[in-house]
Write a protein that binds this ligand. Structure first.
Ligand code: CP
Length: 319
């Protein structure tokens, strides 16, 4: 595997989960793979989990790690070609990317949707420029439209906790005061659609996701109905995808907050969220603190999903 940007890059999911559980049992077994290899992690946006878990995964594999926060200490980057650069951005991405590639063997990139142009966001312009111009394998640490390291960790977590072969997994929209990208729900849907789980998406009218990501999932606009019989409840906010509201908050309806009353409709479901989460907007205190909450195991599995991805990229370097 040279690049990792979506579910298709990882191949069969049963093999990927088996490999993840093996790595989890012996996370230093592949330390030789990263010897004298350098990972460069580039953040255009903030992070707690991705930053720490990916760095830890790379260290488990014996890699050296460098972290660059583009908006803190690096030159501001112009991303559009053809712009007369007489503003506040002294460097162009088209020079910066190959320069970054000179100093490392693998590059991880975090670059969120900017909500200025749906077309630009959904073309993954920044991530794809890294793939095209860095000369290095590139993996997504959350891009404009997907967060595959998170979704892989979510899948591992579900596989570890499921008690039936084909669990009912419900992804529910929940309210949030600020506009958030669709990357996490898009990606979760993409990965769930690649399993044989019973996968349901529920959200208010106007929050329909890109049909490419919804795939064969069932969409139910009545949250209570969707939650009935759920084995896993995956809560997430996202902003509107459909025009003319792309990137906008069109509802903060608190009746969609995941509460104990909502969870009582389920099959004693586990609660999941990728974090960070706004308590008592997305989920009530008692639900996130309950023994059925998987938010910490999910975060812990971010180290494992990153280690499998980096391991596979390192294995491909010598081929
Ligand atoms: N879930 C997740 O990606 O967390 P961070 O934004 O803190 O990296």
């Amino acid at each position: 595997m040279r690049n990792f940007t979506n579910v298709h890059d990882i191949g069969p999911l049963d093999a990927a989960v088996r490999e993840a559980l093996e790595v989890k049992n012996n996370r230093f077994a592949y330390k030789h793979l990263g010897q004298d290899k350098t990972l460069l992690m580039i953040f255009f946006n903030s992070s707690l989990r991705t930053r720490l878990s990916t760095q830890k995964a790379a260290m488990n594999l014996g890699m050296n790690v460098m972290v660059l926060d583009i908006n803190q200490g690096a030159w501001k980057l112009e991303t559009e070609r053809g712009v007369i650069m007489d503003g506040d951005k002294p460097e162009h991405l088209l020079e910066a990317i190959p320069v970054m590639g000179c100093y490392c063997d693998v590059i991880g990139v975090r670059s969120f949707a900017q909500f200025q142009s749906k077309e630009d966001d959904y073309q993954e312009k920044i991530l794809n420029q890294f793939i095209r111009y860095s000369g290095r394998p590139v993996f997504s640490m959350e891009a404009a439209t997907r967060h595959p390291l998170q979704s892989f960790a979510d899948l591992i977590t579900i596989e570890e906790h499921k008690t039936v072969e084909r669990p009912k997994v419900v992804m529910t929209w929940a309210p949030h005061p600020k506009a958030l990208p669709q990357a996490v729900p898009n990606s979760f849907a993409e990965w769930m659609n690649a399993t044989d789980y019973d996968f349901v998406i529920t959200h208010p009218h106007g929050y329909e996701l890109d049909p490419k990501f919804v795939g064969n999932a069932r969409v139910e606009y009545d949250q209570d109905k969707a939650l009935q019989g759920a084995d896993f409840v995956y809560a997430k906010n996202w902003s509107a995808y459909a025009d003319p509201n792309y990137g906008k908050v069109i509802s903060t309806d608190r009746s969609w907050t995941v509460t104990a009353e909502k969870m009582a409709l389920t099959n004693n479901a586990f609660f999941m969220h990728c974090l960070p989460v706004r308590r008592n907007m997305i989920v009530s205190d008692d639900v996130i603190e309950s023994p059925r909450s998987l938010v910490i195991p999910e975060a812990a599995n971010r180290e494992i999903s990153a280690e499998v991805v980096l391991k596979r990229i390192l294995e491909s370097l010598d081929k």
